[in-house]
Design a protein around this ligand. Sequence first.
Ligand code: FAD
Length: 630
Amino acid sequence: MVDIERHDYDVVVIGAGGAGLRAAIEARSRGLRTAVVCKSLFGKAHTVMAEGGIAASMGNVNSRDDWQVHFRDTMRGGKFLNNWRMAELHAKEAPQRVWELETYGALFDRTADGRISQRNFGGHEYPRLAHVGDRTGLELIRTLQQQVVSLQQADHAEHGDYEARIKVFQECTVTELLTDPAGRIAGAFAYWRESGRFVRFSAPAVVLATGGIGKSFQVTSNSWEYTGDGHALALRAGAALINMEFVQFHPTGMVWPPSVKGILVTESVRGDGGVLRNSAGERFMFDYIPEVFKDNYADSEDEADRWYEDPDNNRRPPELLPRDEVARAINAEVKEGRGTEHGGVFLDVSSRLSADEILRRLPSMHHQFRELADVDITAEPMEVGPTCHYVMGGVEVDPDTAASRVPGLFAAGEVAGGMHGSNRLGGNSLSDLLVFGRRAGVGAAEHVAALDARPEADQSDVDDAARRAELPFERAGRENAQNPYSLHAELQRVMNDLVGIIRRDEEMRRAQERVDDIARRAADLAVEGNRQFNPGWHLALDLANMLLVSECVARAALLRTESRGGHTRDDHSAMEAPWRRTLLVCERDGDGIRVSEQQQPAVRADLLELFRIEELRKYFVPDELGEAQV
Ligand code: FAD
């Protein structure tokens, strides 16, 4: 039998981005012994990469902003498919979470009168994103880490041990969740990336905060950790995933040189005045304002430009439409032959702001383009195109407690589904992490407090998890051995080309066949060597997760016969009101996936009353509006 290290905790948080750290701080503050496990270095998460800011209706720059306006914008951005209760909690609690960050030591940019500065972003009616230049995520992570350290110092003072009640296990990858015979969470199985040594975490509550799935796609702003681990762990443990067909393609990723294709160009460039032009120099977004947004967006360059100075008397520039709209418009321009030499469009801020202002507001973008593309954004336009950025789909959770269907399993942040509906607004992720990270910490603590005995996994399950992790070594040298790097590259191409920004029935069927075929071959994945720092082995284990998640995306996308938010079909190009209330739910079914339809609860009447009835009629079937008596 292999040697397996064991650690006992009350709560295990998987993931040390914004959602995981906020959940861990909450669980520890409620007196629970908490472990934070992350496969990357502590501090290296997607949260640290966030640039533009965190959305919260503090009303610092425009006092008309409040939670109701934020709620409305979020629901419109998600094309009303959002879990309305999550959108409500998020809009109400985001300001508190930002102010709380200040108490942890965050230093946001300020307005002239000393308040937290807020910037414009796509889909947000008022300037709403609190920010630190274009490095907001760095400040968020730094502050949350500092709060963890101060809790550890308090523990040292009380117990003589910094790690008495909160400990970080970095570069440690979880491969399976452990349950007791009744199906309740009992812990997690992991390995140390450096030594390959196996670890068993025993805990009655687990919070998944593992982020997204972008590494299943070829062109992506996401980095190596985003392999859909949390999504797959939840499915295998018996939880359900919802909304997996909705994948956000951010309109502006770098397109040149090839080695950096997909790296994000923050939406702040457009929020701060940047405009999109095609190869003929036309500001083309005016041609792509959809009917549902016509009342809110300017239809001339003059009005759009006046909005930056006088937002109360002018409509917004169409460059600030929600991301799905802008990404589709860029895609169409390139397809119709009006793209740049490298298959993108131009994003120009150099003719809109002074060089000093660009350096002050967008220092990271200036550095990124100078170092990676030899482009000076203070003097010339950037070339940009869509890149896979964010998954709206994730673990189905209770909106108030973040609890999944599996007793003891909670999920928060990008791994959770529902909050953003079919399309997330920029800035709404960082606020989501803090609002629902905290709620997951509370949910986990209350779950543990209510237990009369700790669930325990059978030792045989733990041994099986170890055996499964070692399988790739046993297959090394066999005739049909498959290489993880080749299969991963193949999967990324399939998802990019066949389930990408524009989808068609026939292509998605082909994608399913190809994903099934790769999955069949993945049963022969083989890795040479041993468990000591072996990236091929790490990828072999991650690949199983990417395949499972890709199957969910492809199958749900085929079933949803309409276009909405991050799901655009050539063969069903309209948004269909009956689909608004329908969620596609993925569950494990033997070795496969079952996808079924589920109706969302009706939106509460007082929330519907925040909208004009004419607007609601564009999204809802008449019966739903009748029920709510609007
Ligand atoms: P993450 O911050 O990614 O953390 C995931 C954690 O899970 C990591 O610690 C990882 O190591 C760990 N993990 C994963 N799998 C395992 C496993 N199997 N075992 C152990 N640990 C595991 N959103 C905004 O609101 N505003 C912005 O300005 C913004 N800018 C962005 C810019 C970029 C370039 C990118 C990529 C995203 C941006 N986003 C932005 C989106 C936002 O950053 C992410 O959605 C958010 O940070 C996700 O946070 P999280 O806590 O859910 O996951």
